[in-house]
Design a protein around this ligand. Structure first.
Ligand code: PRX
Length: 659
């Protein structure tokens, strides 16, 4: 059976390698326990110490945590700093000016190295250009770019002038981009002419044009365009080439010193209801956790080559590309392409070529590369020299033990600890994760909370449940990098994360269980209507709204997730059309039409894998759709649950036969 499949597995424990344990920042479980005990005894004192040791403050903070208006917690509030200063100037001043900060590998394999000195100069030039075009402290800037040096520079430049950025993943559609531009009230969009992925040029600037044409983006005064491919694009008076606006700009720029609570960025993510929410992060608390988790979870050292494969459009790319490694003076890879181009050995070849020491990716990528490697030795990790690797990481979704074992054995050569890091857009950085020189690993478990993170499992009333019993994952105490609010909607922030019955604990939205013996956490999946497809978060309601907005065709739609071997979960849509239920080729054609529609409304990542048509949906007498029954049908299982409240039981057979 393929290791990519989810199989029950004999679980082993893996202790940290002795040499790593000896030299790690957090060395051994005693050191981990001591840090946890320090935080337990004096939560604020623990975080204040880290903030003083890891960040450079322009004005030191005198108060650590303000809890006077929960859940609107403030950290280090009277301190001032600048995130870009911390990531760049500080390292240049510390003697790292000629050290390589970014190793950019383009889709076609060409490599560009950027030193700290160069990255600082580029950032200052872009910051000056933004200021010259009237971007002020507090103005929002939307960044719609693919993986590039310029993407990282754009984020750093915004941070330098105190303009919160909102990066929108390059795979989102014009409609999704428009919604984010409107919600942020952005004054500027930074984009590229096109992006280059998997040997193909794909549009970016044209999508920005479409987004703005949809209306509601009146605050946007300028669109700055990085020339990536030179492909033909339309041009309007609001457009400016990046190389033109930076041409005469000075390569020094005094950082804007901002209060620690000043928003560093907004990042949109899906919730169980309504439109995606703009998660707002702070400057001081966020940057602290980005730096501290990069240091401890990846045990980052001066000679490391760190590679996080995430896109800067997701939170992982923010924390572990744009901020964490740079705050520590690290060297990191920025990869433009896709794992399967020119073949599925691309990751392994890049690890070999760049002598990557710490590698951080998502289980979906691993599972798809397992399948490719099992089919073709040429793209199997054994065909590459991966001996530079020291630590492997996993993020975004549960990693099944079989894939964990394969990753450990074939990529890590049996000698590299795997850090299975649980966290969220809202948490800013790792929450529950092994530390590689301390924590004994159990495949499939994210193990224990990061020191200073009061993670726990409770019932619906916020009472602790004993180990071995599942419940809601909560965080009992505020932490520095926590979400500050949902941009423009503080009530939604409170309602989503701090429901009154949970005693003031942060509700993560995931179920979890702790091992009866070890207390290790395993994440059991979302407790709300949020799906995790290839590590991408999607709200079922968002996809349903997209489907029913196809008003010509669709009368009603319900979306659920079902397990999938490669992508973790797959999107399954049940649709009632305004016309008779189609079958055969006609059903296939309409399903394709609806998939494309969703791709246009949200983006290709939201396209349903399965679409089933029915004359109706299973509903209660009061007209509520019974999604739990649809979940069984989506899995291909017989519905054995209680259907006594179902008004139209015959519909179940119709939906089930419609495979
Ligand atoms: O369900 C959890 C899952 O991903 C969700 C967060 O998604 P997002 O905000 O997009 O951030 C992804 C990158 C941090 C969580 O609520 N998740 C994330 N990491 C893990 C995970 N599930 C299991 N194990 C993980 N290591």
């Amino acid at each position: 059976m393929s290791a990519a499949e989810h199989t029950p597995h004999e679980l082993k424990t893996y202790d940290p390698p002795a040499d790593m344990k000896a030299h790690a920042w957090v060395s051994g479980m005693d050191a981990y326990d001591a840090l946890c005990a320090e935080a337990e005894a004096d939560h604020e004192g623990f975080w204040a110490r880290q903030a003083r040791e890891l960040l450079a403050w322009k004005t030191p903070f005198t108060r650590t945590l303000d809890e006077s208006d929960p859940p609107f917690f403030k950290w280090f509030e009277d301190g001032t700093l600048n995130a870009s200063y911390n990531c760049l100037d500080r390292n240049v001043a510390g003697g790292l000016g000629d050290k390589v900060a970014l190793v950019f590998e383009a889709d076609d394999g060409s490599v560009t190295r950027v030193t700290y000195k160069e990255l600082l100069a580029k950032t200052c030039r872009m910051a000056n250009a933004l200021k010259a075009r009237g971007v002020n402290k507090g103005d929002r800037v939307v960044i719609y770019m693919s993986m590039s040096v310029e993407g990282v520079v754009a984020m750093q430049a915004c941070a330098r002038i105190g303009a919160p950025h909102s990066v929108v993943f390059g795979g989102f559609s014009a409609q999704s981009l428009r919604d984010r531009i409107e919600d942020t009230g952005a004054v500027m969009v930074i984009t590229a002419d096109e992006q280059q992925r998997g040997g193909k040029a794909l549009p970016l600037k044209a999508i920005v044009d479409d987004a703005i044409a949809l209306g509601g983006c009146d605050a946007v005064k300028d669109v700055i365009v990085y020339k990536r491919t030179g492909g033909a694009i339309a041009w309007t008076p609001r457009d400016h080439w990046l190389h033109d606006v930076t041409a005469g700009a000075a390569d020094t720029c005094e950082p804007e010193w901002v209060g620690a609570e000043h928003p560093l960025f907004l990042l949109y993510t899906s919730g169980s209801t309504g439109k995606p929410k703009g998660v707002q992060h702070s400057t001081g608390g966020y940057l602290l956790h980005a730096a501290l988790t990069t240091k401890w979870t990846f045990d980052l050292k001066a000679d490391d080559v760190f590679w996080c494969t995430a896109d800067i459009g997701w939170v992982t790319g923010h924390t572990y590309i744009a901020y964490g490694p740079l705050a520590l003076g690290g060297t990191e890879i920025v990869f433009e392409g896709v794992p399967t181009y020119p073949d599925a050995g691309r990751f392994w070849k890049m690890i070999q070529d760049h002598k990557v020491t710490k590698f951080y990716t998502a289980p979906t990528a691993i599972r798809s590369l397992i399948k490719a490697a099992e089919a073709n030795d040429k793209v199997h990790p054994k065909s590459y020299d991966l001996t530079s690797l020291k630590i492997l990481g996993s993020v975004g979704e549960p990693i099944n033990p079989a894939a964990w074992e394969w990753y450990h054995e074939h990529v890590g050569g049996g000698r590299c600890p795997i850090v299975d890091t649980f966290w969220q857009t809202e948490t800013g950085g790792h929450m529950i994760t092994p530390l590689p020189g301390a924590t004994p690993l159990v495949p499939g478990s994210c193990t224990l909370p990061f020191p200073g993170i009061a993670a726990a499992i409770v019932d619906e009333l916020g009472n602790d449940v004993p180990n071995g019993t599942g419940g809601l994952l909560v965080v009992k105490k505020p932490w520095p990098s926590m979400i500050r609010t949902i941009f423009g909607d503080p009530e939604r922030f409170k309602k989503s994360y701090y429901p009154p019955e949970l005693k003031g604990y942060y509700l993560a939205g995931d179920g979890s269980i702790r091992d009866a013996k070890t207390g290790y956490f395993t994440i059991t999946g979302r407790i709300d209507d949020v799906l995790n497809v290839s590590g991408h978060r999607m709200g079922t309601m968002e996809i349903e709204s997209a489907l029913v907005s196809c008003t010509e065709l669709v009368a009603e739609a319900a979306v659920v997730g079902r397990p999938d071997d490669t992508t973790g979960e797959a999107i399954c849509a049940f649709v009632v059309l305004k016309r008779a239920r189609p079958t055969g080729d006609e059903a296939k054609a309409i399903a394709k039409q609806l998939r494309d529609w969703v791709g246009k409304e949200i983006g290709p990542i939201a396209k349903p894998k399965d679409i089933r048509f029915g004359d109706n949906l299973p509903k209660t007498r009061s007209g509520k759709i019974m999604r739990r029954l649809l979940r069984d049908i989506a899995k291909g299982q017989k519905v054995t649950q209680d259907t006594s409240t179902l008004e139209n039981p015959a519909i179940l057979d119709q939906l089930a036969e419609n495979n």
